[in-house]
Design a protein around this ligand. Structure first.
Ligand code: SF4
Ligand code: SF4
Length: 314
């Protein structure tokens, strides 16, 4: 039986590679401990800010077999999004690298659907399950660790030995038993670079993030005014923040991805500080129509720009 399961995994890996996924691992669908206790502590301390949905569906979030009925396995897939180029003007407000190209949710979902259909037609006709990319209560990083794809760095990101941490995690939760990978050991060692570099001291201890202090949260999920205490600590970030990944040695060797849809839109990279400052609703709609930046809406992005670049700086 193990030989059969191994063969299924090989076929799935091969197809995943063909679809453009950069790595793929397998883990059993069951309760995630001790991650469950860690999440409970984080929620109890209300570190989610106004992301109240993080406290919802706790049992499903911490056990994929409760999220998807009949689930036996989770196939975890990684997609490298390391860009080949960065924003052109050093004084322009910066956005997170994942938002340079088209919104990854759509791009990856299509590939997951193709992989799911492949398994159903070529391997297991009774296949049932669901697939997600950052779109359901799933502890994606914990699952990726269990699937042998990396470890959770002190910056709280999944770190893959070759790909680094600029990776999208997605998964298929299915009713087919497979062979499972072993988790990798943490390889952060004595490094503390991410903790020391965080401009808002959001990483309050290794692998523990107070989202209420994190620039990614403050500029995207947060729907209120950005607290004044952060005004001199935004490090020119206007949508998301990559600082704790930029300083991580594991990201330095990652190679640029080759997925056309995720390639940077040149106008996004070329925006000057002045253009950011004067960005209109029409320009926002045109420039960011396919980017994840549109999640912040014009009003949210404008709030961030004005917080960063008060009109007095014109
Ligand atoms: S994303 Fe930025 S603000 Fe958030 S923890 Fe990392 S360095 Fe700190
Ligand atoms: S910067 Fe250092 S401590 Fe932080 S995640 Fe990377 S290796 Fe780990």
């Amino acid at each position: 039986m193990d030989l059969v399961k191994n063969r299924y995994c090989e076929l799935i890996k091969e197809k995943a590679r063909e679809l453009g996924f950069d790595d793929c691992g397998f883990t059993k669908a069951h309760e995630l401990t001790p991650d469950k206790e860690i999440l409970k502590d984080w929620i109890d301390h209300e570190m989610y800010g106004n992301m109240h949905y993080m406290a919802n569906h706790f049992e499903k979030r911490t056990d994929p077999s409760k999220l998807v009925e009949g689930a036996k396995s989770v196939i975890v897939l990684l997609t490298n999004y390391t860009p080949s180029e960065l924003q052109k003007h050093s004084d322009s407000p910066k956005i997170a690298r994942y938002a340079f190209g088209q919104d990854y949710h759509h791009v990856i979902k299509d590939k997951l659907k193709t992989l799911f259909n492949f398994i159903k037609t070529e391997i297991y006709p009774s296949l049932d399950g669901r697939y997600f990319v950052d779109s359901a209560p799933v502890l994606e990083r914990s699952l990726a660790v269990r699937a042998g794809l990396g470890w959770i760095g002190k910056n709280t990101h999944l770190i893959h030995k070759k790909l680094g941490s600029y990776v999208f995690i997605s998964e298929l939760i299915i009713n087919l038993e497979l062979s499972y990978n072993e988790p990798l050991k943490d390889a952060c060692g004595g490094c503390q670079r991410c903790i020391e570099a965080c401009p808002t001291t959001a990483i309050i201890e290794p692998r523990k993030l107070d989202a209420r202090r994190c620039i990614s949260y403050l500029t995207i999920e947060n729907k209120e005014a950005i607290p004044e205490e952060f005004s001199n600590h935004m490090e020119n970030r206007v949508f998301g923040c990559d600082i704790c990944q930029e300083v991580c040695p594991w990201t330095w060797k990652s190679r640029p991805h080759q997925i056309d849809e995720l390639k940077p839109k040149s106008k996004i990279l070329e925006l000057t500080k002045k253009e950011w400052q004067n960005l209109s609703q029409e320009q926002f709609s045109e420039i960011f129509s396919k980017s994840a930046v549109k999640r912040a809406k014009y009003s949210g992005l404008k709030r961030n720009i004005d917080f960063l670049l008060p009109k007095s700086q014109e």
